[in-house]
Design a binder for this molecule. Structure first.
Ligand code: SF4
Ligand code: SF4
Length: 360
């Protein structure tokens, strides 16, 4: 889809001043860029179905760039869960940027193709996700936004169509001046193609800030590009988190039934399709490709018998904490894994431990 590029900054959960500063620097820098609509919402993962930030995200039409403190795959499928969909776009920020520069094929923005299990219609627009941990500074974002905007936008159409359920005006505030105006950054804008935008460039509208409080949450997010609908997760989880939709497709039905800190089902999913974006292990939190110099082969890391043993221990711990009986290997164990549980540790187990130890 062509038109104005929508940039959403999803804030960090904590109050780390460095992270907050980066968010504000990016917002302030993007004010000076024409052809954008910029908004700020709370942390993506904490948004509920009815949160004002969710309603705002759903109301945005057109191409969307989301800057979040999440791995891009985790951000994409968290957005999907919130009902914000589009063709997965690729940026030149973060891991895999070199591969993303490959524009061979008929669609330079294309991401992972849809799996047959995901038959839902995909809106005709791109959704780009950038992990703010990969961002070196506001200027890097500005340059990437310019590139995307220039590639995507030919005709410019009005951005925001406020639909039923959009945030009420009293639930929003404007960035910086609080009165609908924006103060440009004090410093002149950085050079662009040898010229300065300076203050002569027309500034875009002030970013919209939605900052309704959000409690921290913990629940699985399904990557439907990987999911094969095998139902192993629904059998394994004994807490009623999973269900099926009207197309008999697996879904996370009761998000808040999930036990905080427990990632057990992600270890038994044979397709590595279950993401816990807040887990300390990059592989469970949705990383793909290279992390800290290690090429992660997710298909080998997960589903290994040692992972099953850990998952069973984690599940038993939560059952006991709930006042229930531990069930060990007697319930919900995928048949293909049950007989392999006694395999000795190997280098993959060590690699997994090493990734956990990185605590990125
Ligand atoms: S275990 Fe994984 S692949 Fe199987 S249905 Fe659940 S999420 Fe999908
Ligand atoms: S992490 Fe544990 S409680 Fe949460 S959905 Fe998976 S198995 Fe169920």
């Amino acid at each position: 889809m062509s038109g104005k590029l929508n940039v959403v900054i999803a804030q960090h959960q904590g109050k780390n001043p460095g992270k907050r500063q980066l968010e504000e620097d990016i917002a302030a820098a993007l004010i000076m860029e024409p052809g954008l609509s910029v908004s700020i919402v709370p942390h993506l993962y904490d948004l509920t179905e009815t949160h004002t930030g969710t309603l705002h995200l759903r109301s945005v039409s057109g191409d969307l760039l989301v800057l979040a403190w999440l791995y891009p795959r985790a951000a994409r499928w968290t957005l999907d869960r919130l009902g914000v969909r589009g063709k997965p776009g690729r940026t030149r920020i973060g891991a895999g940027a070199a591969e993303q520069n490959d524009t061979s094929g008929d669609d330079p923005h294309r991401g992972t193709p849809e799996k047959p299990t995901d038959a839902r219609p995909v809106p005709d627009r791109f959704v780009f996700c950038v992990d703010l941990r990969d961002v070196e500074g506001a200027q890097q974002v500005v340059e990437e936004v310019r590139r995307l905007r220039d590639e995507l936008s030919t005709p410019v159409v009005p951005l925001t169509t406020w639909i039923q359920g959009s945030p009420r005006p009293d639930q929003m505030r404007r960035f910086l001046n609080g009165d609908g105006t924006a103060t440009p950054p004090a410093k002149p804008d950085a050079p662009r193609n040898g010229k300065r935008n300076g203050n002569s460039a027309p500034a875009g509208p002030a970013p919209l800030v939605i900052d309704d409080p959000t409690p921290r949450r913990w629940y699985p997010v399904i990557d439907y590009d990987r999911c094969t609908n095998c139902m192993e997760c629904i059998d394994f989880c004994l807490f009623g988190v999973y269900g099926v939709d009207d197309q008999a497709r697996i879904m996370v039905e009761q998000q808040d039934n999930c036990k905080k800190g427990c990632p057990a089902c992600s270890r038994v999913c044979p397709e590595n399709a279950i993401i816990f974006p807040g887990h300390k292990s990059p592989a469970i939190a949705g990383a793909e490709g290279e992390v800290a110099g290690l090429k992660i082969d997710l298909s080998r890391l997960f589903g290994a018998p040692s992972a099953l043993e850990i998952a069973v221990q984690e599940r038993d711990r939560e059952l006991i904490a709930d006042g229930r009986e531990a069930v060990g290997m007697t319930k919900g164990i995928p048949k293909r894994q049950a007989n392999a549980a006694a395999r000795p540790r190997d280098e993959l187990d060590d690699l997994m431990d090493g990734l956990d130890a990185l605590d990125l």
